[in-house]
Design a protein around this ligand. Structure first.
Ligand code: MLC
Ligand code: AMP
Length: 509
């Protein structure tokens, strides 16, 4: 049987003669070199084996972005474990749910969180907990330099899982999207070629988090396949970005990155003179941002569209027209169609739900066969939940969402989860959570609350109880009180009306 382990494609013995070429360049630290990648990953893999991590076991990770966090991911691939990264903003309450659901063999957290998460991991019967800090500190790596580097790459078939990424669900329960080695490899190969990565030439500016598809898979897989050096920044920090930009050739970002760059006078065409490609995705890029960016720098941002369950699905062309407000064409090997609510394909030019098929489409939701079945049509079409139009040439525009989802600064937030927490606050009768336009984040969370009359409640009294329950980025940035929520004749809350009523809530911010 051929070994389809993604590790072999990304690392394996590819970098034996890479000399001193840096892979990850992190401010204030020695760069991680390509030539040492296989060796160090071997030692980390040996550490995982010491902790009895076996093929198919889950390794759950909630740590700061660091070169070592990437090495842990690669070591998991190598031993055939399933990597589960979590947003560092998640509270212990949120993490508890993921632990119970995925039952990891090993949980790796930040050193500062060990105490609180140890109790939780015991309750969830997680056998091992280890720590990893942003500087490579923490007990995960204790004595790792004495371990063997010669750990074999476990044989994986096409359907074996490489990662589970949790995405919130419309019902409020998070679902773990199961991604196989083949899902990730096929998408990486396509992007590497479609976006013209130049072997050993490109330098990637990486300021995204590494617990989502965008920063972890799209950015790092392309860099590894292209043997590119990466300026690996802990977060989007304008000073660091402008320090690195003159040396870089490619940047990937969410639209907030681009609006923030545009608001800085340091963004000039000279600053971008080494660049060849700016890519945007994870949320809609305003046509205005696209145009303004071209005016300032001469670059037309390449917008692409994707999701956790399928990686990248469509992209504007590298060489052809990159049209503002469109997400381009289905990637090679990916089939896309626009369908009505019953799954009948619609003629070109009509708005419907985007459905897709291809080697990039995930294997289903972890231990949720009914939810998985509900998201697929006969013939294997996956229902994206995004409303889109396809023109005669096959070019796609995302025009809205069929799913009740807010995307804020590239993070997905499902209103149901926030509403459930708000509804449990004493004195609240019911609530509706919507996304309203926000200059920086694209959309921001607003909550509209009806009280039961038993007490007077303030905005603060709604937000305060959510601390420790919900990650900060999910918490409403504004709360409004109303006597009743607008409903249609069926009794369904009219969210479109609420979005319209509160659309100017952040206009001065
Ligand atoms: C931070 N905050 C947010 C937020 N990020 N609020 C709403 N939405 C967000 N995205 C809040 C914090 O809780 C904090 O609140 C305050 O804003 C400042 O926090 P910060 O940490 O200093 O923020 P900052 O570093 O400026 O981060 C903003 C950001 C970041 C946009 C740079 O959110 C980011 O990197 N987003 C990218 C997400 C991403 O990678 N998505 C890809 C998903 S994959 P307070 O009140 O405490 O001050 C996907 C598939 C695909 O979608 O197609 O790619
Ligand atoms: P996630 O579940 O975090 O992977 O987010 C996926 C969702 O992000 C998609 O279903 C879309 O709603 C949205 N998305 C990603 N890229 C784009 C884009 N370029 N334009 C509009 N929406 C996008």
């Amino acid at each position: 049987m051929n070994n389809h382990n993604l590790y072999l494609r990304l690392v394996g013995d590819r970098f034996e003669n890479a000399g001193d070429q840096p892979f990850l360049i992190t401010p204030g630290r020695r760069p991680l070199l390509y030539s040492e990648l296989d060796r160090i990953t071997g030692r980390l893999a040996a550490r995982l084996l010491e902790l009895n991590v076996e093929p198919g076991d889950r390794v759950m990770v909630q740590v700061a972005k660091s070169p070592e966090s990437v090495l842990v991911y690669l070591a998991c691939l190598r031993v055939g474990a399933i990597y589960i990264p979590l947003n560092t903003a998640y509270t212990a309450a949120e993490v508890g749910y993921f632990m119970m659901d995925a039952k990891p063999q090993l949980f790796i957290c930040q050193p500062s969180e060990r105490e609180s998460l140890s109790i939780l991991s015991q309750e969830c019967e997680v056998p091992h907990i280890r720590t990893l800090g942003s500087e490579g500190d923490g007990d995960l790596l204790d004595g790792v330099e004495y371990l063997t580097t010669e750990v074999e790459v476990v044989v994986r078939g096409d359907d074996d899982l490489a990662a589970i990424l949790y995405t919130s669900g419309t019902t409020g329960r998070s679902k773990g999207a199961m991604l196989s080695h083949h899902n990730l490899a096929s998408n990486a190969e396509v992007l590497h070629s479609y976006w013209h990565w130049h072997d050993r030439y490109d330098v990637l500016l990486h300021a995204l988090p590494v617990f989502h598809v965008h920063g972890l898979f799209v950015a790092l897989h392309c860099a590894l396949l292209g043997r590119s050096s990466v300026h690996f920044l802990a977060k989007f920090d304008p000073d660091q970005i402008f320090d690195c930009l003159p040396e870089c050739t490619v940047m990937m970002g969410v639209p907030t990155f681009y609006t923030r760059l545009l608001s800085d006078s340091r963004l000039t065409d000279e600053m971008c003179s080494n660049m060849r490609l700016f890519i945007s995705g994870s949320a809609p890029l305003l046509a205005e941002t696209h145009r303004e960016f071209e005016r300032r720098t001469g670059f037309r941002i390449l917008e692409r569209y994707g999701m956790t369950e399928a990686g990248m699905i469509t992209s504007n062309p590298y060489e052809g027209d990159r049209l503002a407000g469109t997400v381009g064409f289905a990637l090679p090997g990916v089939s896309v169609r626009i369908a009505d609510n019953d799954g009948n394909e619609l003629p070109r030019g009509e708005t419907g739900v985007l459905e897709l098929k291809g080697p990039n489409v995930f294997k289903g939701y972890w231990q949720m066969p009914e939810k998985t079945a509900a998201e697929f049509r006969q013939g294997g079409w996956f229902i994206s939940g995004d409303n889109a139009i396809m023109d005669e040439t096959g070019r796609i525009s995302i025009v809205g969402r069929a799913k009740d989802l807010i995307i804020s600064g590239g993070y997905n937030i499902y209103p149901k989860e926030i509403e459930a927490e708000i509804d449990s606050i004493p004195g609240v009768a019911e609530s509706a959570v919507v996304g309203v336009p926000h200059q920086d984040f694209g959309e921001a969370v607003a909550a509209i609350v009806v009280t039961d009359g038993s007490r007077q409640l303030s905005e603060q009294q709604i937000i305060e109880p959510l601390q420790g329950r919900l990650a900060r980025f999910k918490q409403p940035k504004r709360v409004f009180f109303v006597d009743e929520l607008p409903r249609n004749t069926m009794g369904k809350v009219q969210k479109a009306q609420l979005r319209d009523t509160y659309k100017a809530s952040f206009s001065s911010k």
